[in-house]
Design a binder for this molecule. Sequence first.
Ligand code: AMP
Ligand code: ZN
Length: 475
Amino acid sequence: MLIYNTLAKQKEEFIPINPPNVNMYVCGPTVYDYFHIGNARSFIMADILRRYLEYKGYVVNYAMNITDVDDKIIKKANEEKKNAKEIAGTYISAFFDDLKKLKVKNASIYPKATDHIEEIIDMILKLEKNGIAYNVNGNVFYDVSKFTGYGKLSGKKIDELEAGARIEVNEEKKNPLDFALWKKAKEGELSWDSPWGKGRPGWHIECSAMSCKHLGETFDIHAGGNDLIFPHHENEIAQSEGATGKQFVKYWIHFGFLNINEEKMSKSLGNFFTARDILKLYSAEAIRLLFSQTHYRGPLEFSDELLKAAEKGLEKFSNLIDKINMELYTHPNSLQGEQGINPNINFERYVNNFEAAMDDDFNTPQAVAVLFDFVRDINKVIAENAKLSPEFYSGVKEFLFKTAQGVLGIVDLEKSEIQGSSIEKELIELLIQLRNEARKEKNFNLSDKIRERLKELGIELKDSKDGTTYKKVKK
Ligand code: AMP
Ligand code: ZN
């Protein structure tokens, strides 16, 4: 499997440090507002990378940080006359809600900066001890001239960086590229005690400290949007390697921008749509299909038309899924394999093509093309044969389940599974309601009877904390 490594500036064979484990860190949100659909591109592509690694059999330990102390959060808190903690709390829960709606799988851990102040201070102390950090009146800076590898990720020399970067003038710094590790507290700001006095961490140090704590000093994959290569990720390398003396990350992965009218979507330019607003108009599957149709490293031009086209493309999948479910659930006889021919479909070929695409630096546009070819070929087989075997339909479903749903998340086989007329659905809902009433009255005899009789009719109930759902199963 090949991955384009920003550090090596080429595709490299993916060899994890300790297979089958893969440790992966992705820079997450600064929680001062709802995230926009550009941020969503990075979160969704990271999710697809992670899902594909799991598909390949890797055990992925996935950390995404939450920046919950930062200038932007403090500014918002001041504007809204709230404290920074309240602002962060509001947007952390919005962040989780929106990720769930986008069908992004939960990371293994979402470490927050404010929960890791001790680890952050420890790392700054190490840098101080190694002669790389200096304290000026309670502000601690990183001295980039002391780290010989500075610039290796962005591929730039220190003098070029100095000329190109917009760096704030700060008389306390020895070199304009030096960056803050610890910021002295201003009146009334959220702050913590430290060896340098009251203050708060700079942005870059949280990722070095938290990735080290949760994934180790050296780990496999670090990802984020292209805008983070410099200075954020360059600084993370300088901090982590400056503190430990070991290689920080093996593979650096960066996502291209989502653009609007050829300009990067961003809060500061004001040319953004929040993910939650887009989700009111389009399905998560359509958004994911649109993103998958562009390679993760390239730019993606965002528009209504493209989302509409993605929604249309999805109909090809949902029509096929409906057809399969009809066959599998409404003709229970066919489930006993009594009838129907088993056409000679080489599922393996499609699996191989899908994997070949994904193994080549996660070539999702190619993988999507394989899936559309698959749907077209299967539709042809269905049109040409009067009766096909349940094994054939199950095979089709299994392939889509593993690839289109499992890796790309562009279909939801469960969602399409509920067939039947609306009166059928209403009757099932009515029985569920009656069963819940029986349970409330502790009439378990009746509630069990309802469950069992429905099961005999091929309808299975599932209870969860969000209520009771049902699905059709083999009778
Ligand atoms: P932020 O909350 O701004 O720190 O961004 C969270 C993530 O979204 C980071 O990985 C950014 O690199 C990424 N990101 C921000 N804007 C865009 C964009 N227009 N397209 C793709 N990714 C973006
Ligand atoms: Zn980061």
